[in-house]
Design a binder for this molecule. Structure first.
Ligand SMILES: NC(=O)c1ccc[n+]([C@@H]2O[C@H](COP(=O)([O-])OP(=O)(O)OC[C@H]3O[C@@H](n4cnc5c(N)ncnc54)[C@H](OP(=O)(O)O)[C@@H]3O)[C@@H](O)[C@H]2O)c1
Length: 335
């Protein structure tokens, strides 16, 4: 598996990483068999994946626990990335939460410790104090590198102004969610920050598992692609259901012409974009992973990438530059 440098750090990540959110089951994911989760992590290592992404917030630490159990006797083969929630970034709390993640992960260091969402003013936590604490934790050897997640340009500038070196920004990016292309991705490239992408398959939509908007369950229809009238939506926007499914149809046609599954084409498209260090793939079972991993060897020619860009351009314009797909512009957490 191809490896890429994470930003300007010394860390070499596999181009596909395992997104471990579903491994602990929980809201939106339902029950998840722990043995299957562990077997999926081991299979990922066998395929050459070295990057595993989790968060303290994923099912209250359960995802971290399962990952820790899976990697306990193979720690040296894996890079563990986890995240602290922005509400837990007051210095003493942050330290305690880092220690708790280390315990759940059964390790004495975290390779990449990310601030899950920007520290918004309402938390009353100070960005300067939080990043100073992260630097202390790095100097103590508890974390190897510091990253952020879901940060926009204004928020990145604020973090960079602390002088604490960060190496990456984790963002939602897929053929149906291209907001980061307008400003955030160019800014990350310019400042040497590696971009780790999530939801490359748009939670299954880009694997073609839903034929119409009505088939998409509420937990996966919370984004701005779907109407504000969906039961779990909170963005208040009309959505872009017709454009989303028209784009999916065009992507399906391009994939058919190439003779590859749509999921492979979607993942290979993300990996082809300059500035992307690692594409997280959410695979909760071995057979899913086995199917998705094949995309790692698919290199799309420039004319196919251009066709895919064109196929999703109308949707890109309709959804605009707000990279928070769960909140409307006014309440966007990404600025
Ligand atoms: N930083 C953040 O704020 C943030 C936010 C979201 C996610 N993430 C990270 O990114 C990772 C990936 O995101 P994600 O899991 O939400 O999205 P994803 O990779 O777009 O989608 C994963 C889901 O798609 C379905 N799927 C996967 N492969 C498939 C295939 N070959 N055929 C059919 N269906 C397939 C599965 O659905 P079923 O479950 O129905 O089988 C799977 O759970 C997460 O695990 C997490 O680590 C980070």
């Amino acid at each position: 598996m191809e490896k890429r440098r994470l930003g300007t750090s010394e860390i070499e990540v596999s181009v596909f990483g395992l997104g471990c959110w579903p491994l602990g089951g929980g809201p939106g994911w339902g029950d998840q068999d722990e043995r299957e989760s562990i077997a999926t992590v081991h299979a990922a290592l066998d395929y050459g994946i070295n990057f595993f992404d989790t968060a303290e917030g994923y099912n209250n630490g359960r995802s971290e626990e399962v990952l820790g159990k899976a990697l306990e006797d193979r720690r040296d083969k894996a890079l563990i990335a986890t995240k602290v929630s922005p509400t837990n970034t007051e210095p003493a709390t942050l330290r305690a939460h880092c220690e708790a993640s280390l315990r759940r992960l059964r390790t004495d260091y975290i390779d990449l410790y990310q601030v899950h969402w920007p520290i918004w003013p309402a938390t009353n936590n100070s960005v300067e104090d939080a990043f100073a604490t992260l630097l202390d934790l790095q100097q103590e050897g508890k974390i190897r590198a510091i990253g952020v997640s879901n940060h926009g340009v204004e928020q990145l500038r604020q973090v960079l102004a602390t002088g604490v070196p960060i190496v990456s920004n984790q963002l939602c990016y897929n053929l149906l969610s291209r907001a980061i292309e307008s400003e955030i991705l160019p800014f990350c490239r310019e400042h040497g920050l590696g971009v780790i992408t999530y939801m490359g398959l748009m939670q299954g939509l880009l694997a073609g598992i839903y034929r119409s908007p009505d088939e998409v369950p509420p937990f996966r229809a919370r984004t701005r692609h779907f109407s504000k009238d969906r039961p779990m939506a909170r963005h208040g926007e009309p959505g872009a259901e017709a454009e989303t499914f028209a784009a999916l149809e065009r992507i399906r046609q391009i994939a058919d012409e190439l003779g590859y599954p749509m999921a492979h084409v979607a993942l290979a498209w993300v990996a082809s974009k300059p500035g992307i260090s690692c594409v997280l793939v959410g695979s909760r079972k071995r057979d899913q992973l086995a199917r998705n991993i094949e995309a790692a060897s698919l290199k799309l020619p420039p004319e196919v990438i251009a066709k895919l860009d064109e196929a999703t351009e109308e949707l890109r314009i309709k959804l605009g530059p707000n990279a928070d797909y769960w909140q409307g512009q006014e309440n966007s957490r990404i600025r």
